[in-house]
Design a protein around this ligand. Structure first.
Ligand SMILES: [Zn+2]
Length: 310
């Protein structure tokens, strides 16, 4: 298989050092060391230095300790270039961090950040999102406490003690093609003119391939075959991983399910040449940092879509 570059937000450069999470003393030692970096999150937003090119803000030293002290707990993310990183949720806390930058939605700036920074911010955001929604046990309703470096929440009810783990919901995303055409759709929430690949969540009891076939049929009444995996992308917005495929349609006949999509259309390779795109904004493709765009670019035979540095 051809060597592919990584998709944005993937965490190959983060050593998660997952075995260390069990060692509570080690977690405390790392968090209180001068090397520790803290990644603050406020209401699912990441701290980014604004003005010029955006840059992730990681807190160290006095500022790091002040913010870490204000947070309810620290989430050990792992090591980056030898330094331990921790996510801290500062939502509703009185901290001085807002003087260092702005809390922004990562999706607005992710494409402009260094890949490594984007990966750390996405991971931190995904983890704090999960914590904020699992303060109580889903089995018995009791309060949960944080364990294993922030990678487990344990029920405090002695007769329950259920351990809860961070959730990632798999979603399939697929470029449907037939001969020289591919099918692009516009979701109801998409910006005007943006057309993309089809996508949907995997349901319990489904393989990824089953989910591709079901979602495509649900959205456009097309039967697919030759479903082939291409690549995946973490998508913690709020809690997904996108698993990308190409899928061959059995025919060009289709019928848009208007409960799911605003519209869909077959586009030829020629239609998708930049010079043939409408200039009035009525049709454009998804952003270059998305797996959707990569799936399209790969089908077009261009080099792998996302340009990845770092
Ligand atoms: Zn419980």
């Amino acid at each position: 298989m051809q060597q592919r570059s990584r998709n944005p937000y993937s965490s190959a450069e983060i050593d998660r050092s997952s075995l260390e999470r069990d060692n509570e003393e080690r977690m405390i030692e790392l968090a209180s060391s001068g090397e520790a970096r803290f990644v603050p999150i406020d209401s699912e937003k990441n701290l980014v230095k604004s003005g010029g090119m955006p840059e992730a803000v990681f807190l160290q030293g006095m500022m790091g300790r002040a913010v870490a002290g204000a947070a309810d707990h620290h989430i050990f993310l792992g090591y980056v270039d030898g330094a331990p990183y921790f996510a801290v949720d500062v939502t509703g806390k009185d901290t001085p961090v807002s003087t260092l930058g702005d809390f922004v939605d990562l999706r607005q700036v992710g494409a402009l950040l260094f890949a490594k920074e984007g990966s750390i911010l996405a991971y931190a955001r995904g983890m704090t999102y999960w914590h904020r929604r699992h303060k109580f046990c889903g089995v018995c309703g009791s309060i949960t406490t944080v364990a294993k470096g922030g990678h487990v929440r344990r029920c405090t009810n002695e007769s329950c003690k259920t351990e809860h783990f961070p959730r990632t919901d798999p979603a399939v995303i697929m470029l449907v093609h037939h001969g020289d055409k591919c099918l692009l759709g516009r979701g109801k929430q998409f910006p005007r003119g943006m057309h993309s690949t089809l996508a949907g969540f995997v349901e319990p009891g489904e393989s990824f391939e089953d989910a591709v076939a079901r979602e495509v049929y649900e959205e456009v009444k097309v039967r697919v075959k030759n479903v082939t995996y291409r690549s995946s992308q973490p998508w913690p917005f709020p809690a997904s991983v996108m698993i990308g495929f190409h899928a061959e349609a059995e025919s060009l006949d289709y019928e848009v399910n208007l409960d799911e999509l605003a519209e869909a259309r077959w586009m030829s390779r020629d239609d998708l040449k930049p010079e043939n795109m409408p200039k009035d904004g009525s049709f454009f493709m998804p952003r270059r940092d998305s797996i959707a765009r990569r799936l399209i670019e790969e089908w077009l035979g261009h080099e792998a879509g996302p340009s990845i540095s770092g």
